[in-house]
Design a protein around this ligand. Structure first.
Ligand code: G3I
Length: 580
């Protein structure tokens, strides 16, 4: 029985808002009657009966309710309920700031310049300058709170002020990162995992030691890692047949600890070759290697490296950047500033893949995938893409064990999504995977630049969602401060800013994976559609088609036309139908 499957994103998908603070309100006091009172406690948790905290209108207002606090000889802290469903972690790790507005009047300046305290029971989460230094107006600001373990269902707030009168309003928890990293459903990893797709990031060993937001971001937002430099030849074979896999091992161990995959980069490249072999980025052969000697060196390197990382690396960039920058448009040209090209010639590419496959198979790692990786192989309409296609297809036709190509995707806001999708489909038709291995999208650090940048990241994520042959997207850096790009401060190419705030690019990728994962989940309930012996469905021939939200897409069309609709999820003839 054939299942006619439609996948449709019924959600009208706007770009996520630029990354900005997200709030959980504690109290605006609007729901209380004037005169409603709250209890006040001292710093040790004893109620202070003499102090008062009552809901009043703000000075000069007959509409804006706020809290009016009066203390005596002991500073008092007002007890407010925490919004339901909050936990200690959520309150003080995810929402790691608290915001409120404070005010005093010139008639009582005891509150001026005093410290604010935020307490859970008697445990301090904040104690420091309130910032309240001017009479007659509300001062509102964020206060960075310390995480607390002994979490109470109430929070206590007040100024360290005696015999004071002051106002509190608009108290809220604040997450400055634009999303809650501790809510897995807000991470790209969560939805990519549901889709069985890889969302990765390059990393260096010095970035995974210790704790902190960026380390959390690696393993909570991504499910794949790749060594930015750790598995290159100069790192893994610093001496002739003298290997040092320690850097890559650190990445593999971190990935294992966080149930992440690792992709290997790269077994053979003209750059970052160790000095004992020759000069990087040069076709020279200062050591005078013969072709056979260099073949043996490369074979030994690939064999030992693939077998060392067997079962811990799921895919390798076997050969990286072998195409020259200039291409005629027919066939392909190899770069000449490469010792591999100059001393061995074209056959090094095929041999590298055969050696990698044999090495992996020899130890039983039959699943590791082998990729040919390059830059400027993005749009079908430009760059080296057709040359990459010609080389990869030639290899495949010869029976070379190539699984696919990697589009490094070092690009900018001129990235041609339509042209790239044409290329993806060409590789699909050729039976080759096409993945995105080193993404960065240079943009201006402006609202419009970041919006366009987000559209490009979103578009790549959609390719990964839509095409089985595009299971992987990897960004080349965790945040805009960790990019190989010289002008990264201004071209802000990545998905997180230097303070690890999620940019629109990241939020758009999350939304894209979520959209497809939810549609796939919805379709999982799809009713099977019965077909008769001629393969026709046993339902009426003419059907109406609606989106899940009830929008009519087509009426009275032939049932046979349904699978010609754009991929999506529909209601067809009253039944939920999902086309892939
Ligand atoms: O390890 C040495 C260190 O010992 C020395 O003190 C230091 C100062 O010179 O250099 C360190 O090596 C640097 C290496 O990164 C490790 O940090 C090299 O100088 C530096 O050139 C190298 O840059 C890397 C570059 O590849 C090399 O071409 C970048 O980090 C890395 O992001 C970049 O990544 C490449 C991909 O592998 C292939 N695609 C293009 C992409 C961007 O160029």
């Amino acid at each position: 029985m054939r299942r006619l499957l439609l996948l449709f994103s019924t959600v009208l998908f706007g770009l996520s808002a630029t990354a900005k603070e997200t709030y959980l309100y504690i109290e605006k006091f609007t729901d209380f009657e004037i005169g409603h009172s709250f209890k006040v406690y001292d710093v040790k948790g004893t109620e202070i009966k003499s102090a008062t905290a009552t809901v009043q209108y703000a000075p000069g207002s007959t509409a804006n309710k706020c809290l009016f606090v009066k203390t005596g000889t002991t500073p008092g802290y007002v007890e407010l309920d925490i919004p339901d469903g909050l936990t200690g972690t959520k309150v003080t790790k995810s929402y790691d700031r608290i915001y409120m507005q404070l005010r005093y009047e010139s008639g009582n300046t005891a509150a001026k310049g005093t410290n604010l305290k935020v307490l859970y029971g008697s445990t301090e989460s904040f104690s420091g300058a309130s910032g309240l230094n001017e009479a007659g107006k509300f001062v509102g600001q964020n206060y960075t709170t310390k995480s607390v373990s002994s979490f109470k269902k109430t929070v206590r707030i007040g100024l360290e002020a005696k015999n004071a009168e002051y106002y509190i309003d608009n108290v809220r928890y604040v997450n400055v990162y634009g999303y809650d990293i501790n809510d897995e459903t807000q991470t790209a990893r969560y939805w990519a995992d549901k889709l069985g797709k890889n969302i990765g990031c390059c990393i260096s060993p010095n970035q995974i030691s210790g704790s902190g937001r960026s380390v959390e971001t690696f393993y909570k937002n991504f499910n794949m890692l790749v060594g930015e430099n750790a598995m290159k030849m100069d790192a893994t074979e610093p001496g002739n047949n003298s290997f040092n896999f320690s850097q890559g091992d650190q990445i593999v161990n971190f990935a294992k600890a966080h149930n992440m995959k690792v992709r290997g980069h790269t077994l053979c490249w003209h750059s970052q070759i160790p000095g004992w072999i020759g000069e990087s980025n040069s076709g020279s052969n200062p050591k005078g290697w013969t072709k056979k000697q260099l073949m043996d060196i490369l074979k030994n390197h690939i064999t030992k490296t693939v077998q060392h990382y067997a079962f811990n690396v799921v895919e390798w960039d076997v050969v990286n950047e072998t195409l020259s920058d200039g291409q005629s448009g027919n066939g392909y040209n190899l770069r000449d500033n490469s010792i591999w090209v100059k001393v061995i010639g074209r056959e090094f590419i095929d041999s590298a893949f055969v050696w990698a496959r044999r090495a992996a198979d020899a130890v039983g790692d039959y699943n590791v995938k082998l990729y040919l990786n390059d830059y400027n192989v993005d749009s079908w309409n430009g760059g080296k893409t057709k040359a990459m296609y010609n080389l990869a297809v030639e290899m495949k036709k010869k029976g070379i064990p190539i699984d696919g190509i990697g589009m490094q995707t070092h690009t900018n806001i001129g990235y041609d999504l339509a042209g790239v999708e044409t290329a993806v489909r060409k590789f699909q038709e050729a039976g080759l995977n096409c993945i995105f291995t080193e993404i960065d999208v240079k943009a201006s650090n402006t609202a419009s630049g970041l919006k366009t940048q987000a559209q490009k990241y979103e578009g790549i994520a959609e390719f990964v969602c839509k095409y089985d042959i595009s299971p992987t997207m990897v960004v080349w850096g965790i945040d805009d401060n960790h990019s190989w790009i010289d002008d990264h401060e201004t071209s802000v190419p990545l998905m997180f800013d230097p303070d690890m705030h999620a940019k629109q690019a990241y939020l758009s990728v999350v939304d894209m994976f979520k959209k497809y994962a939810e549609a796939a989940e919805a379709a999982a309930e799809v009713d099977d559609i019965e077909f008769d012996e001629d393969g026709l469905q046993k339902v009426e021939e003419k059907v109406d088609v609606y989106t899940l939200t009830g929008q009519k897409m087509a009426s009275g069309i032939d049932r046979s036309e349904v699978d010609a609709l754009p991929s999506g999820l529909y209601i067809v003839g009253g039944r939920k139908v999902y086309v892939k």
